[in-house]
Structures are given as C-alpha cells and as structure tokens.
Design a protein around this ligand. Structure first.
Ligand code: ZN
Length: 452
C-alpha cells in the first residue's frame, strides 16, 4: 500500500485541506479529509501527522493536487508541426497540406518514437489519459502493413511505455470529400469500406489502461451510407467525430445531402452519450438541440481552434442544452489542459463581451471526470475510493500561482503545465519535475528525425 498526505486536493467538487489517500492495486482504497495539517508551512521537521493513523509514513505532497486530466482529442504526429507552420498566411486547408507532408513520412518505428515523446509531454502537463484519434493506418502507397494494425500498435506501445492510459479511437476514413475518393497521403487512411475498417479494428485488443474506441473522421470522409455501420461497430464504447470545424464542411454537406453534418450523424444513429463531437464550432440552433438532447459530448480544442483560425464553438449553449464539455489539445500547438480550460471561458468572453460563463469547477469537471468518461474510462478523473489512483500536483509557490488563493480558480485561471510537479497514474509515479529536461531531449530527437 502507498499513502500520500496532500496539502490541498480537489475532492468532491471542492478544494480540501489535508487529504490522506491510500492506494492499493492502482486504486484509491481510502480518502480522508483531515483539514489543515501542521507541517506544510515549512516546519515539517519532526512532525508526522499521518504516522499514528496508518502503517508507514505517507509521502507529503505540498501544493494543490488534482485528479488526472484527460486529453480527449489527440493526433500525436501533429506535435512535429509545432513552430513550423506559423510563417505563412493561409487557412485550415493550407495548414492541412503541411500536416499531410508529415503524415506521408511516418512508419511504425518513427511514429512510436514521436508518440512516446508526445505522450510524455502530456504526462508532464498532468494528462493521465489520452484519446488518440488515429487514422494513419497503412503504408505510404495505401497497402496494409504485414500487421494491418502496426501503426495502432505503435501508438498503444508508446502510451504504455510513456505511462499514460490511451483510448485508441481508430478512425474510419474513406473519402476525400463528398463523393471523392481518397487522394495523395489519404490512401494511408483508407480501409476501402466501413466493413473492412471494422474488421481490422476488431483485431485490436483492449487491456488495462487501453480502450479501443471508434471514430468517424468527419462527414466528409465517411460516406452517408457507411456512417451507420461505423456507429454500430462502436457498440457501447467511445465514438468520436470531427464535427463542423469548418464552414466549408457544412456548406459541402448541405450541398450533397441537404442537411447539416449534425443532422446527418443523428439520422445515421451516430449521436448519443458515448459520442464526442470534436470542435462543434459552426452549429445551428437545431444542431445544438440535437447534440444536447442526445447527450452527445462536445470536445472543444480551443488552442488548436485559435491556431487554425477555426472559430469559437458555442460551448455554454451546448452545455445548457445537455451536451457535456470535454477538452483536447488536438494538433498539440499547445499541450496544456490548464490553458484549454481557461480558453473555453475566455473565448466566450471575447465572443459575447461578458464575463463569467463557466465556473472553474465546471471546467475542472470537463478536464477530469467527464473527459475520462468520454474515453471509456468511467473509473478515473476523481480522487475518490474505488477510482483509479491518479494524482496531479500543482505548485502553489510558482511565480504564476503564488498568491492566487489556492482555489479551483488557481488551477483554471493561473496555473500552466509547467507548474505540475508530480504525476501519479494508476498509483505509480510517472513524472517528477526533473524529468522535463529528458522529455525535451526525447521530443527534439524524435521530431528532428522527421524533418531531417
Ligand atoms: Zn482532430
């Protein structure tokens, strides 16, 4: 058994002082709120408040400890683009050409190295589970690898070796646009049909810390008559889909089918509580109602959406309609869920010229418990008995966080990824502050090889 005495922790929707947690088999077996504990104010010598209650000394964790954060939308290989696509004017579509150039170069070996480094960067930011939206399946000419899931297996191995849980959201991608066959690097994504996609995905195996989920790349990339098959194949597991990130997608969908992408997905039976609509940016009132009444989750990725010039999704309207919020770092222009949390509120402020749309507690729920649930980890994202034992500790003495009150607003409106001092996943310490140098080196090597 391992035990920690947390100076402050986010437990049951509030910041509590002096929380003693016990962990066995990777889960919390006891969570006890003790109140303010002497010894965290610099006079720890000679005091040990936990020793008379439990066997062994609990490790003291100063700072504010949160449950594990869930990054619900990732394309690991996009990390290789950071800082390298900022010189040109253009749009999402010109950025996509640059992204496709990287997609054309990867093989299972280089993808493993890039993904492992990227997942370690996520861990250092307090992210304990990632939803990997995976469409880079085949060899550059479109031929399957000897192991048709070689790329998916590389991602699962990368996550395992980094120490992060993964929901591999294997993504159906069959067309370049409405009625258009895959072109260029897109042949690497294409399985030929939803049935062939499902057959390949059926060979991927779930394990502890590994969820196998499904994704519809977009209504552009999966023809209308194939949508229902992908939805059906996802069963009770997660089903994610890029939705209305671009106005052009809406226009093309309306031209091809006479309905919005949301309506098309609804009619195919693809909406529901295990579905996550990623971006959900350009929506009609009818779309918002469909997403809300079906309980579909909205996964916003604000740092990517601002990087790509996508627009601002109606996050509060979606939430109020019944669509729970989750968060993702998507293109990894930034890997920092603290920034994603506050960006949801701050973007609403810019759009409405009003403050106070989202409470910090609501944004923390999106980044932790709700996010994990959307990935199929319904036993993670809370410091509570029986939950997976994730602990993300935030420094309260950094130049950013000092003097901010140590409430939930400190986590949402002050902290950054660099303020995370230690990360525990499933009871195991996977990141300490000093690891950042090594993580930077690993990223540099993996990305350097991509551009060499
Ligand atoms: Zn995406």
């Amino acid at each position: 058994m391992t035990s920690y005495l947390l100076e402050k922790a986010w437990v049951g929707g509030a910041v509590r002082d002096g929380v003693l947690v016990e962990i066995e088999g990777g889960r919390f077996t006891s969570v006890e709120v003790r109140g303010r504990v002497v010894g965290f104010e610099g006079n720890a010598e000679g005091t040990n408040p936990g020793s008379h209650r439990i066997s062994g000394d609990p490790e003291r964790l100063p700072g504010l400890t949160l449950p594990g954060l869930a990054n619900c939308h990732s394309h690991a290989f996009h990390r290789a683009l950071r800082g390298r696509t900022q010189r040109e004017r253009g749009t999402f579509w010109t950025w996509r050409d640059q992204m496709y150039a990287v997609a054309g170069r990867l093989d299972p070996h280089s993808y493993y190295a890039l993904a492992r480094a990227t997942y370690r960067e996520m861990l250092a930011a307090g992210i304990t589970a990632v939803g990997e939206f995976h469409y880079l399946h085949h060899q550059p000419d479109g031929t399957p690898y000897a192991d048709p899931n070689a790329m998916g297996h590389a991602l699962i191995s990368a996550a395992r070796d980094a120490g992060i849980r993964i929901a591999l959201l294997d993504t159906c991608y069959l067309s370049s646009g409405f009625g258009q066959p895959p072109e260029g690097v897109q042949v690497r994504y294409d399985d030929g049909s939803a049935a062939a996609w499902a057959g390949r995905v059926a060979d991927l195996e779930a394990a502890d810390g590994v969820v196998i989920g499904a994704a519809i790349h977009s209504v552009r990339a999966v023809p209308k008559d194939q949508l229902a098959e992908v939805a059906k194949a996802s069963g009770d597991g997660p089903l994610h889909v890029h939705l209305s990130e671009q106005v052009a997608e809406n226009d093309a969908c309306l031209a091809a089918h006479g309905v919005t992408p949301t309506r098309l997905l609804h009619d195919a039976g693809a909406l529901g509580p295990m579905t996550s609509a990623v971006h959900a940016t350009h929506l009609t009132d009818d779309d918002i109602a469909l997403l809300g009444t079906s309980g579909t989750r909205s996964c916003l990725c604000p740092t990517t959406e601002r990087d790509l010039g996508d627009g601002i999704g109606p996050s509060r309207q979606l939430h109020d309609a019944g669509s729970p919020l989750t968060l993702g770092s998507d293109s990894h222009a930034v890997v920092d869920l603290f920034e994603e949390m506050r960006a949801v509120e701050l973007d609403e402020r810019l759009a409405t010229r009003q403050r106070g749309h989202w409470a910090a507690a609501e944004l923390l729920a999106a980044a932790t418990y709700d996010g994990h649930a959307s990935l199929g980890f319904d036993d993670a994202g809370a410091i509570a008995v029986g939950q997976r034992a994730d602990l993300v500790t935030v420094d309260l003495t950094s130049p950013r966080t000092a003097g901010t009150g140590a409430g939930p607003e400190t986590a949402v409106f002050a902290a950054v990824a660099e303020d995370v001092t230690q990360v525990v996943v499933d009871g195991r310490v996977v990141m300490r502050q000093g690891d950042r140098v090594d993580i930077g080196r690993e990223l540099d090597e993996a990305i350097g090889r991509m551009w060499a």
